[in-house]
Design a protein around this ligand. Structure first.
Ligand code: NAP
Length: 641
């Protein structure tokens, strides 16, 4: 995989160009062609997407005739571009960028989004790179940062600190970078956000083989980024952080690590960045008798390729996003497969889910400069708020346990129709129809495979609760015993137990987990009162449910981190500690926001809620708002020392 590959010159004839662009997204194509040719006149008003239709309707709501016309115009312009020798695309002027954004959005681009869109597009360069360097700000001050984890978020922190000239070490418990994409190797594992969007703004590529690429491809991307940005040499692999302790006397952090050989080391840093993820530690269900099972068992996040499933009787517990991905593969190998479902997921139809990019689109990605960037921005815009409005609770809507508003109910009807089509068997359909509102739990993307799998002769969907696991298998509450050879736990992660199993002690020796008491909270998901210079990435209430990409959030969080360090260095400060009142007021607002969303209002269980039922994971507001709030730290929010 190549990051930002140099476009290949066009040598194909007109027919070949016309054939290739037929596979491209017409709006990303038109705007990328306008960009590389400098001819913005092709961005005609009658080819603009319809802002109301762009999320749910293909081709931005254009008629097939208009789509064909748009492609023909783009193909003709590309032929001229070829004849001119395929020169590099110019950097657009600010006015041109505005005109291009206006075209893509289908209306004048809201002013408050302009800088954000520019950053996401990054066609003028990496606009989120720190615009300062430690050598200029505080050349004589020593300042070092420990980053815990080299997954998607940790790599951003490492890259930005590197750019700012700050000393840092990344501690990684695994033997490679990639975090969740290194750990989850189960068959069928793939990203469920269109992965042109699930990528860094500063490391864009059109080198994706599929619309939703597989785990191997994602891992390759993160490895490539680590190499490309020179981060690997800063990572201590196979080294787990077990404890971090704040030293009040000198305002530093002691970081305790254990390497693969069990050797314990302590080092001192000025700041600690936790990039350990939310979906990291597997969750084993509290079912009686799990230890008594005599056969083989494993969790989906610790997949055991050495345990053959061929011809075996297999039980899978769970039907969340992971299980729905691997169950079809298990069904192909097992002699008999019992799927134990506690709560069915809502399925969102996605025809392209496992499809390769068509050849024409791959050609466009390789030959049309910046097509990949505009395609990514187009995806960003269409999905940045996504279905969020449809998750908002209308307090006057009746029967809130079924749906939370008129538009949520419309989604319910659409998705119910899809389930009915996928599973014509009435008995199975009844089992898989969720009783709770759409978007109250994570929706699962499906290309028809789930229904087909459940209807296989060797698969049985069991919706009765599990009573116990015993030596021979699983018994449900109706008394039925299912003898199996292998149990696979698709039971998710300990998402609410942020930063476990590390021990974290702050000012005056307070323990982070004791002070959270099972209810993790942070200001902006990043800073916590009592824990100066501790910065969390993908911390409490920074997860998104139905819109955007989590990479965006991590980029915002890291921006805030870098600006915070700048503030410390510029003002010759040692530490910043979030004020309790600021933190509490912020959390009250977030809680109220989450209570007004389907995932907070519905009584359905999900990994979004902690043991007390509070939504500790999700951000209920807009993507824009998170970006605005993380532009720069407000010194008034902090006790500065
Ligand atoms: P999950 O969504 O938490 O699903 C866990 C499943 O196990 C649920 O069906 C749950 O039932 C079931 N379960 C848990 N305890 C149980 C018990 N005691 N008895 C019976 N069933 C039990 O975990 P996940 O599937 O690993 O996904 C977690 C998140 O990771 C996703 O929501 C998504 O954000 C992310 N993910 C993303 C991708 C991707 O991008 N492709 C893939 C996988 C995961 P209940 O629903 O009743 O709790």
């Amino acid at each position: 995989m190549q990051i930002d590959p140099t476009p290949e010159p066009i040598v194909e004839d007109d027919d070949a160009i016309r054939a290739a662009v037929a596979d491209a997204d017409v709006h990303a194509l038109l705007i990328a062609v306008a960009h590389c040719t400098g001819d913005l006149s092709i961005l005609r008003d009658d080819l603009q997407p319809d802002p109301e239709a762009m999320l749910l309707v293909p081709d931005g709501g254009l008629s097939p005739e208009r789509v064909a016309e748009g492609r023909a115009i783009a193909a003709a312009a590309l032929a001229q571009y070829r004849d001119a020798g395929s020169p590099p695309a110019p950097v657009p002027t600010t006015d041109d960028l505005r005109a291009m954004f206006d075209f893509l959005i289908g209306a004048p681009a809201p002013e408050e989004y302009f800088t954000l869109l520019r950053e996401e597009l990054a066609v003028e360069g990496d606009l989120r790179a720190p615009d300062w360097h430690k050598d200029d700000v505080a050349p004589d001050v020593e300042f070092s940062v420990a980053i815990i984890g080299s997954g998607m978020s940790g790599l951003i922190a490492a890259h930005r600190l590197h750019q700012a000239g700050i000393d840092f070490v990344v501690f990684e418990k695994n033997e490679d970078v990639g975090g969740t994409w290194w750990e989850n190797t189960y068959p069928g594992c793939r990203v469920d956000v269109p992965n042109h969007l699930y990528s860094y703004s500063f490391a864009q590529t059109g080198d994706w083989p599929q619309f939703f690429s597989s785990q191997e491809v994602l891992l390759d991307y993160f490895r490539t980024c680590a190499d490309r940005f020179g981060l690997r040499e800063h990572v201590r692999f196979c080294t787990e952080v077990t404890r971090v302790e704040f030293e009040d006397a000198d305002q530093t952090w002691q970081v305790y690590t254990r390497d693969a050989g069990g050797k314990v080391t302590t080092e001192v840093f000025n700041a600690v960045v936790s990039a350990v993820g939310q979906l990291n530690r597997p969750s084993m269900p509290a079912i009686e008798g799990t230890d008594s099972f005599a056969g083989e068992w494993f969790h989906s996040a610790r997949w055991r390729d050495d345990i053959s499933l061929d011809g075996k009787r297999v039980a899978v517990i769970g039907t969340g996003a992971s299980a729905v991905q691997f169950i079809p593969h298990v069904a192909e190998r097992a002699e008999r497969l019992f799927v134990f479902q506690r709560t069915p997921p809502w399925l969102v139809p996605s025809e392209k889910y496992a499809e390769d990019l068509p050849d024409g689109m791959r050609w466009v990605l390789r030959h049309v400069p910046s097509y990949a960037r505009w395609d990514r921005l187009w995806l960003f815009w269409r999905t940045h708020e996504g279905l969020l409005p449809m998750a908002k609770v209308d307090p006057n809507w009746p029967d809130q346990e079924r749906s939370v508003s008129e538009s949520n109910d419309m989604i319910r009807q659409l998705l119910t129709g899809y389930l009915q089509l996928s599973v014509p068997d009435a008995e199975v359909f009844e089992k898989i129809l969720p009783a709770y509102p759409p978007i109250a739990k994570r929706v699962v993307f499906d290309n028809g495979t789930w229904g087909k799998t459940l209807l296989r002769d060797n698969v049985e969907l069991i919706a009765d609760r599990i009573d116990e696991i015993n030596e021979k298998g699983i018994r449900t509450v109706d008394g039925t015993q299912h003898d199996v050879d292998v149990v696979i736990y698709g039971t998710g992660f300990q998402a609410s137990k942020f930063l476990t199993p590390m021990k974290v002690t702050g000012l005056g020796g307070i323990d982070l987990h004791e002070s959270w008491d099972g209810d993790a909270r942070a200001y902006l998901g990043i800073t916590v009162p009592g824990f100066p210079n501790l910065f969390l990435l993908y911390g409490p209430n920074t997860n998104i449910v139905i819109n955007g990409s989590i990479v965006y959030f991590s980029e915002c969080e890291v921006h805030y981190l870098i600006q915070s360090i700048r503030m410390l260095l510029e003002h010759n400060l040692e530490s910043m500690e979030c004020k309790s009142d600021v933190h509490d007021a912020y959390n009250e607002r977030v809680d109220a926001g989450n209570r007004a969303m389907a995932w907070g209002a519905s009584s359905v269980n999900s990994w979004y809620k902690n043991a007390s039922g509070r939504v500790a994971q999700n951000w209920p507001f807009s993507m824009l708002e998170y970006w605005q709030q993380t532009r720069t730290p407000d010194p008034d929010d902090y006790v500065l020392r």
